[in-house]
Design a protein around this ligand. Structure first.
Ligand SMILES: *[C@@H]1O[C@H](CO)[C@@H](O)[C@H](O)[C@H]1NC(C)=O
Ligand SMILES: *[C@@H]1O[C@H](CO)[C@@H](O)[C@H](O)[C@H]1NC(C)=O
Ligand SMILES: *[C@@H]1O[C@H](CO)[C@@H](O)[C@H](O)[C@H]1NC(C)=O
Ligand SMILES: *[C@@H]1O[C@H](CO)[C@@H](O)[C@H](O)[C@H]1NC(C)=O
Length: 729
């Protein structure tokens, strides 16, 4: 698990060197200076993300290649402007940078970038490829590729040589990687199937004033700062939640590569993003002939395999353990694999006990789950290390956690996760397993219930305890409960008229939940310039047309809801602020067995009624039912019976305390007005309203969001937003 920062520069050779056949000496000197500049820039860029790879650092700057670039259609608006008529000589210089957290093959031979000098392929990788021994052995016999290390990352070069762009199919795990193919002048950037690892890109002028451009690609946006990136708020993305629902971020011109996509850039003329994998579900009318027991065993077997594959490392591995079923079953399966199958956990010897980590909140806060985690740990016989968190500890970490996330959050859960990753770090661990992803894949959130009930599950009628009359009744109850919930958190959704966006997605109500909280603190000028902002529509437009066709005609609404959530909130909040960014802030690699694609492909093909299941005895729905049953041998009875409580940090805080002081200091008139897009009149009273016994949850959410923007404005040096074109003052 690592960090990458890459630059692909394109300078117009003709303009830079005054004629198309520059004299040699002049050309060389110009190139030498350019390379030195690139080298320095990469160092500074990698220093910004040193937390992702504290063990070593590597760079490679390619030869300045002269290529013929033809004018043509570019998918990138900022590039089309530079395209001129006819063929044109240009210079493309690739530069790849990497900071390393050594996990597999700790020797220097696994240092990156990797090269295949004979083939002119260069690559940097952030992440883990599982099952690489098998892939490697196959490649060695089939292709005679000479590996130079034992690192899992090196397989991408061999795979690319053998399969071309098909190489992505063979990758299993979480990763973001960049590859430069010198001969074909192709730059490839790939992101894993679920977006567990981040990858951002932007295009800038190269600063030589001759129309040269640079494509920047990095694991975190802060890595662009030393490369001359000047962040500006993307007000539209903030207002319509584009940062959460599509490729946009909080900053203008910076995009994320979508999960399951790769980007190619050929001789720089043409930047394209294409999918290589997508979540898919069966036709809701196709009857599933399997018994529930078969399905439970199928899930159990694949989960054990996903966990087992993730126990490979040349360093010790721990487990994040909370009071929930997802992390507990992982801890249970790890213990099982160690005790029953003699599997070693990372570099630990089989006699070492498995170690679990968690944070504990004040017992009387109502949010502390550590007593349940303690009982699980006792039952499994594992080591359990917890760290106590309180308001003061959360307040202390707020600003750093925001800097690492590079976005806002409406609660303090991300600060809790940030603190959690300190625990393994302090204990000398680099790798942990986590339960992230189970709620998305196996239907754990209450927001999905109305969509499960929206249509009968015809695929599994024979095995579904829910009668048709009961379904109708429960749908009404569930919709009423959802409205009640939105009211209680002060959210605006739930009462909204059913509009075009919902009808574009087969009327699923999960999109109301995804947009329930909108920070309505925007300055009034944004109402004119960004009048068309509609987060519902942004969500409805995010899937491509073919997928919308499946949603409307083929998939059960529960599955459509899982799809939509897994393209928005999962990669852009859960795997970001409650995942990679707060973990890597402390150089912790978290592995997510629930997002193993061989497991999820199996689970996606299961009928909705084994994910959310009506229990006639308890007269309630059991969420993640098939997971619960599959987990039974590995968890305590207490957890098997427990209803879902999502992980959460406390939400009420007193006046006069550390958080109250922190918010008061951040939400001053000067700082808030410095953002430019926030109306001071909407923020002025927030701190007063948010804190205390009677504190308003909505005011607290808004205060936390605006405070995060203030922190980002300061740390990133973001310019004050102004109405575009200056026409609307
Ligand atoms: C690439 O994938 C396609 C579709 O799966 C397959 O038909 C083709 O043979 C593959 N090519 C290589 C080089 O693996
Ligand atoms: C477990 O592993 C140890 C050391 O690798 C080996 O000596 C032992 O025979 C193994 N036991 C079983 C049951 O596989
Ligand atoms: C669980 O809590 C008890 C009481 O605080 C403590 O003695 C015990 O060591 C804890 N167990 C684990 C596994 O940490
Ligand atoms: C969409 O669902 C709502 C309930 O959430 C229902 O009232 C409405 O009639 C549905 N609209 C269509 C067109 O199915």
């Amino acid at each position: 698990m690592c960090g990458i920062s890459c630059i692909l520069s394109l300078a117009n050779a003709a303009q830079r060197h005054s004629n198309q056949q520059p004299r040699n000496g002049e050309h060389k000197a110009a190139i030498g200076a350019e390379r030195q500049k690139l080298d320095k820039e990469l160092d500074a860029s990698l220093a910004q993300i040193a937390h992702r790879g504290p063990d070593s650092c590597g760079k490679w700057i390619g030869e300045d290649c002269r290529v013929v670039r033809y004018s043509g259609i570019s998918h990138l608006p900022s590039l089309t402007t530079t395209l001129t008529q006819g063929p044109q000589w240009t210079n493309v210089t690739p530069a790849l940078g990497h900071v390393r957290l050594s996990i597999n093959d700790l020797s220097p031979s696994a240092a990156q970038p990797f090269h295949s000098p004979t083939h002119g392929i260069h690559a940097v990788v952030n992440g883990e490829f599982y099952d690489y021994d098998a892939i490697r052995a196959r490649l060695e016999t089939e292709t005679q590729y000479q590996f130079t290390s034992r690192s899992d990352s090196e397989i991408i070069i061999a795979l690319y040589l053998h399969y071309g762009l098909n190489f992505t199919e063979h990758l299993r795990g979480e990763f973001a990687c960049v590859l430069w193919d010198e001969r074909r002048e192709v730059f490839v950037a790939v992101r894993d199937r679920y977006g567990i690892k981040p990858l951002f890109w932007t295009v800038q002028d190269d600063g030589h004033g001759a129309g040269g451009k640079r494509l920047l690609v990095a694991a975190e946006m802060k890595a662009f700062l030393p490369l001359g990136w000047e962040p500006e708020w993307d007000v539209r993305s903030l207002k319509d939640a584009g940062w959460n629902h599509d490729t946009r971020t909080l900053f203008k011109g910076v995009q994320k590569i979508r999960p399951g996509h790769y980007m190619t850039c050929q001789s720089f003329g043409h930047v394209e993003e294409r999918p290589y994998w997508d979540t898919s579900f069966p036709d809701k009318r196709t009857i599933d002939p399997r018994t529930p027991q078969e399905l439970i065993e199928g899930v159990r077997e694949r989960m054990l395999e996903a966990v087992r594959l993730r126990l490979r490392a040349d360093v010790p591995i721990g487990v994040y353990l909370s009071g929930g079923i997802d992390s507990s079953v992982i801890a249970g399966m790890v213990s099982h694999l160690v005790k029953e199958q003699n599997v070693s956990v990372g570099s630990a010897s089989p006699t070492d006990r498995v170690t679990c980590f968690s944070v504990a909140f004040d017992e009387d806060s109502g949010f502390d789950e550590s007593s349940i985690a303690n009982r699980t740990a006792e039952w499994l016989g594992v080591k359990y290390i917890k760290k106590l968190m309180n308001e003061e500890e959360l307040a202390k970490r707020f600003e750093d956690a925001v800097w690492h996330c590079e976005q806002h959050n409406p609660d303090l859960n991300f600060v809790g996760k940030f603190a959690l990753s300190e625990v393994p770090q302090e204990a000398g661990y680099k790798v942990v397993l986590t339960g992230e992803g189970a709620d998305e894949v196996l239907a754990g959130y209450p927001v999905y219930l109305p969509d499960y009930l929206r249509e009968p599950d015809t695929a599994y009628e024979a095995h579904n305890p829910l009668s048709e009359a009961e379904r109708q009744k429960q749908l009404e109850l569930a919709e009423e409960e959802a409205r009640e919930h939105y009211r209680s958190i002060g959210a605006d959704a739930g009462n909204s008229a059913i509009g075009v966006p919902r009808l574009m997605l087969n009327n699923i109500s999960t999109i109301d939940g995804m947009t329930a909280f909108q920070p309505d603190v925007f300055a009034s000028w944004t109402d004119t310039s960004h009048a068309a902002c509609d987060p519902h529509m942004v969500i409805a437009c995010n899937p491509d047309g073919i997928t919308r066709h499946y949603i409307n005609s083929k998939w059960h609404p529960l599955h459509s809801a899982l799809y939509v959530w897994s393209k928005g909130n999962l990669p852009n909040i859960f795997l970001t602020c409650l995942g990679d960014r707060t973990e890597m802030a402390h150089s912790i690699e978290a592995r997510t067995p629930f997002l193993d694609h061989q497991l999820t492909e199996y689970v996606n093909a299961l009928p909705p009624s084994v994910k959310l299941r009506w229990s006639p005895d308890k007269r309630r729905f059991v969420e993640k039912w098939v997971l619960r049953e599959a987990s039974k041998p590995f968890i305590t009875q207490e957890l098997y019976e427990r209803k879902k409580h999502p992980y959460s940090a406390p939400t009420r805080y007193p006046r006069g305390g550390p958080l109250w002081r922190l918010m008061g200091g951040l939400l001053t008139r000067e700082k808030v007005e410095g953002l430019g897009f926030v109306g001071w009149e909407k923020v002025e009273g927030l701190v007063g309203e948010a804190f205390g016994e009677e504190g308003s949850p909505k005011a607290m959410r808004l205060a936390l969001v605006v405070a995060a923007w203030v922190v980002m404005a300061e740390r990133f040096g973001v310019r004050t937003a102004r109405p575009e074109g200056g026409l609307l003052r």
